[in-house]
Design a protein around this ligand. Sequence first.
Ligand code: ZN
Length: 379
Amino acid sequence: MITIDQTLLRDVLRGLIACNSINPSLVPGAPGEGQIALYVTTVCRDLGLEAELVEAAHGRPNVIATLRGEGGGRRLLLNGHLDTVAAEGMDRPFEAVEREGRFYGRGAVDMKGSLAAMIAASGAVRAHGRLAGDLILTFVADEEYASLGTEALAGTVTADAAIVTEPTALAIGIAHKGFAWVRFETGGRAAHGSDYREGRDAIAAMGHVLAELRRLELNRLTQHRHALLGRPSVHASLIEGGDGLSTYPSRCVLQVERRTLPGETVADIEAEMLEVLQRGGGGRVEVLFFRPAYEVSHDAPIVQTLSSAASRVLGSRPPLIGLAPWMDSAILGGAGIPSVIFGPAGAGAHAAEEYVEIDSVVRCAEVLASAAVEFCGER
Ligand SMILES: [Zn+2]
């Protein structure tokens, strides 16, 4: 087994949590990835990796760190995001308080514990010997908002497989859902509330669309099931319309979210929502944003390698699971890089109390190091 430097891992995790990397697209004026990207670059260079900052967008850096192989092996990518959500309501979000085997702080589990595991793993691999293929670490910007970081990478970095190190409590994620944001608009005719001959009610018209969405949710969407992800779903998210109590509304806008299963395309969702609109009496509909679901085969080499590495380290084969939230693995998978999701345990991602289990970060690092050596090959 490859030995992880636990002192380094703890120091790095503390250093990562100490960097405020709240996403400025979520919290205007927040610092974003600048400071943490410099910190990661320095730490990686100190460990003997090549590391460079690459801007995904103005002021939004990714870090790409490479442990260069000797040649002739497969290239493995480890991917984690640098940004976090807001720290509202947290006592000491950037102090990395250590208590009962946990580190507390904003981003501890989502996902600075994972970044520390990636760094400690690559340091251990380098100390252990020479790889044949490259081990590439990508620390990306903006996953919590629009995934600018991984989007920018997908066109430039190539690899034979990727591990996205989002927290999974040391289970292996091989599938996750996607989503579509959809906007409906119904029209009416504005008139004084007393003038029923002239007025047409756009909000009542949207009521029919809502009823059709409910019918979709309760009927057709219950008929699709994925073994790991359950069924797809749709819910109404935002609604707006009306000008005053004594006025017929001329317009109503409804925005909904549809969560998708692997295989569902944007064209499928467009057709489905158009049918909802037509059954509901007409108007306009538009898919505003679409992120596909993702799935990798059980037989993919990276799934096999990670399973056997995790079995060796943890003493038993971890479960293959599906994850509900959308992740950057869909972008990497879409770029032709078979990807899995594997990371440490913790709780409170996006909540007022967030922690990561330190022991699981160490185990995660051991698994990543072992998987890298097996996947990339040794010289
Ligand atoms: Zn995350």
